[in-house]
Write a protein that binds this ligand. Structure first.
Ligand code: HEC
Length: 148
């Protein structure tokens, strides 16, 4: 019995440590000009998953943005994402998602891959970026397909 409890305690400790690591370690990235040229994951994202993420309530993209999404509920607080893949390179789109405040410190758009210098972060999000590197790359891949 005691041993079982000990094992459970160890398992919980490991889980807690994994979460702690998760919270602190942002993949390092390099800003060149007005973009991040290298993928955060070192591999191209998946545009289909990216589309699903953009439309998902959890990312809140379409709370502000409209676009060629074929859904009824789209926001108008921000430019339409239609044609965004023509206007911006993947590198520019990546930096925009990682840290929109890099371009405009007063923007209402969240910095999706940043943990420092943020205000109004919900308790569950403290120390964690809103999106993980795979999700950032999936969304970049999808936005790059929006060519008109
Ligand atoms: C709270 C509102 C808000 C949310 C949520 C939001 N954005 Fe934005 N976004 C903006 C605003 C406003 C701009 C215009 C530039 C600025 O203020 O930074 C913008 C600009 C952009 C641009 C550049 C568009 C252009 O043509 O100049 C892209 C790309 C973009 N957002 C993608 C996204 C994606 C993808 C998501 C979800 C992961 C998202 N945004 C979530 C408000 C938002």
């Amino acid at each position: 019995m005691v041993r079982t409890l000990f094992h459970i305690a160890c398992a919980l400790a490991v889980v807690a440590l994994l979460h702690a690591a998760d919270a602190q370690t942002l993949v390092p990235y390099k800003i060149t000009g007005d973009g991040i040229a290298e993928q955060l994951t070192g591999a191209p994202g998946d545009a289909t998953r990216g589309r699903a993420l953009v439309l998902d309530r959890s990312t809140t993209c379409i709370l502000c943005h409209s676009g060629p999404f074929g859904t009824q509920f789209q926001g108008d607080l921000a430019p339409s994402l239609a044609g965004v893949g023509n206007r911006w390179t993947a590198a520019q789109l990546r930096l925009r998602l990682v840290d929109a405040a890099h371009f405009n410190s007063n923007t209402i758009m969240p910095s999706y891959y940043r943990v420092d210098g943020l205000t109004r972060v919900g308790r569950n999000w403290t120390g964690k970026p809103i999106l993980n590197p795979d999700q950032i790359e999936d969304i970049v891949a999808y936005l790059a397909t929006l060519q008109d």
